[in-house]
Design a protein around this ligand. Structure first.
Ligand SMILES: Cc1cc2nc3c(=O)[nH]c(=O)nc-3n(C[C@H](O)[C@H](O)[C@H](O)COP(=O)(O)OP(=O)(O)OC[C@H]3O[C@@H](n4cnc5c(N)ncnc54)[C@H](O)[C@@H]3O)c2cc1C
Length: 475
């Protein structure tokens, strides 16, 4: 009888849960160790999800329909002429035609085609630096999809791929909330402004329909357990154990040892190195991991009001939508400028959601350790543009800065992606040169969290790719 591969997955965020399901489905004996009091990780901070990706859902045995209906986005405008966006359709929130609707439709369809072409690069490990057989199918699929775009679109994708979201938006649409929305989606979770090179690719990763994130973590955890991944909640990993220069299990905070043939970490690369011990990595690998740029710029804010917020021009029937306050590309870039110098912008940009008298926000462009009262004050200053008088309605306000998020979840720098998504930290350079195919340091140790390719958001793709790489290595 063949012995079951024993695997330990560190962390029960979306990627740990998907990795566990993939390993268990392949016949592994899988234990997921989670330090927090519930499975979810940074999902607990999220408001809307475009995922998990269909391949991750399939691994979990879930159907997209079970995640709830897709919702629309309202791009808020200080003039009160808010724009309702449903995929490629855009109109004013009062139902009247938007003059940029046709240009928005053309651009949306083009971005969808580009996203389809790019998909093979995201759903598998990045191509190996040296051409090897295992990298060929993904590369060929990508080349084929690129070719199928036709000469015009292919040239355009290659042109904009390394360019920036601000130029893309400005070329397609007159300035305002619609290009502002594109700019916002290109940098949400990153420490970058939309004029930074490489901001078009994050936009192409965000083309799937949006849903509210309610209850998603519990559903993913139940599905992962249903596939055979055993969850141990409230148990932290203190060290990764090695024997004969290979990972052999983990030591928990309470001193218990959990033996394993594979250790798969959904933590960032630097916390994983810390758990393994620097001595397990050569000096160059240590340097590369320590220099990964990972300083978060997204904060969570919850405002409890006396009554549901009043936003002139927005019918309360649309309160269930995703609300984005990023009135223009310039507004997003201006919000980012002070963050470079560790300062809060006067008017940060944000997305939000209304649940009765509670307004929950993801506020973008918040420096790492910004004080709570200043995050709330800046958020309210921006909200006053579209909801005059909202400051007087607040009964209670809570904020989590990137520093708080790091303390809560262990995510490096409290970063949404466990490490900046940028041209120098993407594909074969993610999390760092020489580690892009999920294997990390000594044999038996793998990375499967947002810090690995293709990065964060609730897609489950790093988890799936990481588990597949680990299984491949065991074979
Ligand atoms: C403010 C904010 C809002 C966000 N909103 C959205 C959104 O609306 N939509 C979206 O798609 N994405 C959103 N994200 C990003 C998204 O949540 C993450 O990219 C994704 O959840 C990362 O998942 P992960 O499994 O890779 O890592 P994590 O979620 O970080 O999970 C890692 C897990 O490991 C656990 N852990 C840490 N150390 C140990 C240890 N030593 N032992 C055991 N367990 C340990 C942690 O408790 C955690 O549960 C948001 C992020 C932030 C910061």
């Amino acid at each position: 009888m063949t012995r079951k591969v024993k695997a330990v997955v560190i962390g029960a965020g979306v990627n740990g849960l998907v990795a566990a399901a993939a390993l268990a489905r392949a016949g592994g004996d899988v234990t997921v160790i989670e330090r927090g009091s519930a499975p979810c990780g940074m999902m607990a901070l999220g408001l809307f999800a475009r995922g998990p990706h269909p391949a991750a859902l399939e691994t979990l045995g879930l159907k997209a329909a079970a995640l709830g209906p897709a919702i629309s986005t309202v791009a808020l405008c200080p003039s009160g002429r808010h724009v309702m966006v449903e995929g490629a359709e855009a109109r004013f929130a009062d139902g009247s035609a938007h003059p940029g609707a046709e240009r928005w439709r053309v651009l949306s369809h083009r971005l969808d085609r580009f996203a389809t072409a790019l998909a093979p690069l995201l759903t598998g490990a990045p191509p190996p630096m040296r051409l090897r057989a295992e990298g060929l199918p993904g590369l060929l699929r990508f080349a084929l999809r690129l070719r199928l775009l036709g000469a015009r679109d292919m040239r355009e994708l290659l042109r904009i791929g390394l360019s920036n979201a601000a130029d893309l938006a400005a070329d397609a649409l007159p300035e305002g909330p619609l290009p502002g929305l594109l700019a916002f989606d290109s940098v949400l979770g990153s420490r970058a402004g939309p004029m930074a090179p490489g901001t078009v690719v994050p936009l192409l990763r965000r083309r799937a329909p949006l849903r509210r994130m309610d209850g998603l973590a519990a559903r993913l955890a139940a599905a992962s357990e249903g596939k055979g991944g055993r969850l141990r909640i409230g148990a932290g990993v203190a060290r990764i154990l090695f024997e004969d220069d290979r990972a052999r299990g983990v030591l928990l905070d309470d001193g218990e040892r959990v033996e394993a043939d594979l250790v798969i970490s959904s933590l960032g690369a630097a916390p994983t190195l810390a758990l393994a011990g620097a001595e397990q990595f050569d000096i160059e690998a240590q340097r590369r991991i320590r220099t990964i740029r990972a300083v978060g710029a997204a904060a969570r804010v919850d405002l409890y009001l006396a009554a549901p917020p009043r936003i002139p021009g927005l019918d309360p029937a649309h309160h269930g939508a995703r609300l984005v306050l990023a009135p223009s590309v310039q507004a997003v870039e201006r919000a980012f400028d002070p963050v470079k110098y560790g300062r809060l912008p006067a008017l940060p940009v944000m997305e939000g959601r209304i649940d009765g008298a509670r307004l929950s926000l993801t506020v973008q462009c918040v420096p790492y350790g910004a004080p709570h009262d200043r995050i709330v004050a800046a958020s309210l200053a921006a909200l006053e543009m579209v909801a005059p008088g909202i400051g007087g309605e607040i009964r209670q306000a809570e904020a989590l800065s990137p520093a708080d998020i790091e303390a809560m979840t262990g995510a490096p720098g409290g970063h949404w992606h466990h490490g900046e998504i940028a041209l120098d930290q993407f594909l074969t350079l993610r999390p760092a040169n020489g580690m892009a195919r999920y294997a990390m340091g000594p044999p038996g140790l793998f990375l499967c969290g947002a810090g690995a390719h293709p990065g964060g958001d609730v897609t489950g793709l790093p988890g799936l790719n990481g588990a597949r790489a680990a299984l491949e290595a065991m074979r």
